[in-house]
Write a protein that binds this ligand. Structure first.
Ligand code: R5P
Length: 292
């Protein structure tokens, strides 16, 4: 089926790379903000009986990233699109993926249900916080698939720095499947540490690492405040690692996270899920395969 790609405000670069990889049509549309910040969207392209692919990132501005998707999905549905696929590597509100305390909003469920109700038919995520596997899933009625950037991040660092004797470290059980997958695909040894979060900016880490003389890649799904990554880098250094690299799929880098990590890691790399100065690995290739 012919695909028409619509880039959202946060994900223009990734969308263009997906257009190039898949040979799809780039949608013609008008989008702007009213002076008060509200979105205006108008579709020019004919999407009737076609598959529309909406490319978005949930950071920065998670709330407006959702409103933008609501407007685009509803407009495309009314224009007769046959399928509406959302490519959202970093899906907003994914951390509130269960009810932790009585009375809380179940945010991930709310967002998935709204998108499905408006007409979205499929969701593509990458190293999603609410999944610990790389399979198809159903998110409160919305069919999805979760991809991993782990192997590409490790391959990139290996090639750029001509690394041998590479060992991967997951700072947290939450990223253990990401590590297992990357370890298998890049033929690297690996260790999973245990993290206990003591607050938004404070984590404690336990577990043994034995990486003397090795090149270590600390691999995680998200770098937010950088606290998790910094603790894991510290452990690798204390164990005698030769070089320690920080790699993550989604680089949020809240506050001073990036300058602090750059001081302690040999190199920091992320993907174009969230564009910043470290997003050197593109997700376009993996996403293009999943769109086939
Ligand atoms: C948590 O479960 C994630 O996998 C990351 O480890 C976490 O989001 C990183 O947060 P921060 O950079 O603030 O330590």
């Amino acid at each position: 089926m012919k695909k028409v790609i619509i880039p959202c405000e946060n994900a223009g670069d990734l969308a263009i790379k997906i257009v190039e990889k898949t040979g799809s049509e780039l949608a013609s549309y008008e989008e702007r903000r009213f002076p008060d910040g509200e979105f205006y969207f108008r579709l020019d392209s004919d999407v009737k009986n076609k598959e529309v692919v909406v490319v978005q990132s949930g950071y920065p501005h998670p709330n407006s990233s959702l409103i933008e998707m609501f407007l685009i999905v509803d407009t495309c549905k009314r224009a007769g699109a046959k399928k509406i696929t959302l490519v959202v590597p970093y899906f907003p509100y994914a951390r509130q993926d269960k009810i932790f305390k009585k009375g809380e909003a179940f945010s991930l469920r709310t967002m998935a249900k709204l998108l499905k109700k408006l007409g979205a038919t499929k969701l593509i995520t990458v190293d999603a916080h609410f999944r610990d596997d790389y399979k198809k899933y159903n998110l409160f009625g919305l069919d999805g698939i979760n991809l991993s950037a782990g192997p590409e991040l490790v391959k990139y660092l290996k090639a750029k720095f001509k690394l041998k004797n590479v060992h991967l470290i997951s700072p947290d059980w939450g990223a253990s499947e990401m590590i297992r997958n990357a370890s298998k695909k890049t033929k690297s040894s690996s260790t999973v540490l245990k993290k206990v979060r003591k607050g938004d900016y404070n984590v404690e880490m336990s577990g043994e690492v034995n990486v003397k003389g090795k090149n270590v890649v600390v691999l995680d799904d998200i770098i937010s405040t950088g606290g998790t990554m910094a603790r894991a880098i510290d452990k690798a250094k204390k164990s005698g690692a030769k070089k320690v690299f920080a790699a993550a799929t989604h680089g949020l880098f809240v506050g001073d996270a990036l300058p602090l990590l750059k001081k302690t890691a040999t190199y920091v790399v992320t993907t174009d899920s969230i564009v910043n100065e470290t997003s050197e690995v593109t997700l376009a290739g993996e996403i293009a395969k999943a769109l086939k």
